[in-house]
Design a protein around this ligand. Structure first.
Ligand code: GUN
Ligand code: FE
Length: 437
């Protein structure tokens, strides 16, 4: 049994989004799981007495400048699109996919290329504090498995989706229904064989334009039989929505297509949801399906400004996603800032719009995203019973670009980190108690 104790300030959020700031706690961890959080150890004797009770292999006492927060959860990221970071924002979604994205993704039948890219994906996302990532991997199951193995090796909590696409295309970047199902089943089995509870397969029909109803229904059946998560895209761009309505004229909406296939469950996450109709919100609410907000991508590809307050008012679960490479940064801090910018823009455009604040978005990037992925029993904040996925933040870190000219309260420190910090201020990253940075 490996025990660890972290002593210092803790900032996280509650189920309802309320920000909790504890000046001095001791978090006791056993085999990666938080067993106790002791508050108010105010003097040296209390602390020594407390520590005497534990078989402590490792005690980490934070300095005056440090504090602990939960790790970031990126609910939507395309690992294969890393080489295109920062490229191709002169086009909107459908042209962008054809011009830049599909040609890149076809290269992953080269497993050496996959190895190289995915090594960087894991290294970079961990470095910037992503403790859980929900990945779109590749159409090719070999490449997808490489990503799963890297995540397991490097210690990230990850959902890995072998992408499904059976709509025929001239460039041959698709697969037959039979191959899609067969490879998906084999991929699921191979991920399970890795035997790492942090790394799970996720059923991944790319979007309604790249899958037919039969394939989506088959995938829904697999997800149900194996109790797996499901991920896809929905209502991102107006031309895309029109095309979906043309392809599925018998369905009343884009969301209704997925619902008809049986793909909407409380373990389904749908990226974007920029232009959802009221009837679609009702379906999502009923199914417990989450929308993943991807503001950076929505701006770069000019998809639209997603009204998160409307989703919140309709009790839809909302997670946060970088959507690399629709988004231009894998850094969740950047994505958090994009949420704030989009929300502020909406409030400038509409008189009575109440913008989200940094606390709302800190919640969205941590416990909100955990709830979106239905993993809030395991992660999202740092309470007993959950696993220790955490970041240690230091605004005075050696290489920090933030200067501290005065004393700041803990709440101010969090605010400064959110708006003005960077990965240099994330001095350590822990996933299930394992130090990965
Ligand atoms: N819709 C279907 N595929 C994609 C993709 O790769 N990125 C984004 N942003 N939207 C999509
Ligand atoms: Fe995406």
């Amino acid at each position: 049994m490996v025990q660890q104790v972290f002593i210092g300030p803790l900032i996280h959020t509650k189920e309802d989004g309320e920000l909790i700031i504890k000046k001095h706690v001791a978090i006791v961890i056993e085999d990666g799981k938080i067993i106790t959080v002791v508050e108010n150890l105010t003097n040296h004797k209390e602390m020594t007495d407390f520590l005497a009770d534990y078989d402590v292999d490792k005690v980490c006492i934070l300095s005056h400048e440090e504090f602990i927060i939960p790790g970031f959860i990126d609910c939507h990221i395309h690992a294969v699109q890393f080489p295109n970071l920062g490229l191709g924002y002169d086009k909107c979604l459908l042209d962008w996919l054809e011009t830049y994205t599909f040609p890149l993704e076809k290269k992953y039948n080269d497993t050496e290329f996959a190895e190289q890219v995915f090594e960087a994906v894991l290294k970079r996302t961990i470095q910037t504090g992503t403790t859980t990532a929900c990945y779109f991997a590749s159409l090719y199951s070999d490449a997808s498995l490489i990503l799963a193995k890297k995540a397991a090796k490097m210690g990230q909590r990850a959902f890995i989706g072998k992408v499904n696409m059976n709509t025929p295309r001239k460039d041959e970047y698709y697969e037959s229904t039979e191959k899609s199902i067969k490879d998906t089943m084999a991929f699921i089995e191979a991920v399970e064989q890795i035997g790492n509870p942090l790394v799970r397969p996720v059923i991944t029909p790319r979007f309604a334009l790249s899958c037919d109803m039969k394939l989506m229904q088959e995938l829904a059946r697999i997800a149900k039989a194996k109790d797996l998560h499901i991920q896809s895209h929905v209502s991102e761009n107006k031309d895309e929505i029109k095309a979906v309505k043309n392809s599925f004229p018998e369905q009343s909406s884009y969301t209704a297509v997925y619902d008809a296939a049986g793909l909407l469950t409380n373990k389904t996450v749908l990226a974007h949801g920029v232009h959802l109709e009221d009837s679609e919100l009702a379906i999502l609410k009923q199914r417990g399906t989450a929308v993943i907000h991807c503001p950076s991508s929505n701006i770069h590809l000019r998809s639209g400004l997603c009204d998160v307050q409307r989703l919140r008012a309709n009790n839809i679960k909302i997670g946060l996603g970088t959507d690399i490479s629709g988004g231009s940064s894998y850094n969740m801090l950047e994505e958090i800032r994009s949420v704030l910018k989009v929300s502020n823009s909406l409030s400038v455009m509409k008189d009575d719009y109440i913008p989200l604040n940094y606390k709302d978005v800190f919640h969205m990037a941590t416990l909100g995203s955990a709830k979106a992925l239905s993993i809030e029993d395991k992660v999202g904040n740092l309470v007993p019973g959950k696993e220790f996925d955490a970041l240690i933040i230091n605004l005075n870190a050696k290489d920090s670009l933030l200067d501290n000219f005065q004393e700041y309260t803990l709440e101010e420190k969090l605010q400064r980190f959110i708006y003005s910090g960077d990965d240099r201020n994330i001095t350590s990253v822990y996933i299930k108690g394992r130090k990965v940075k």
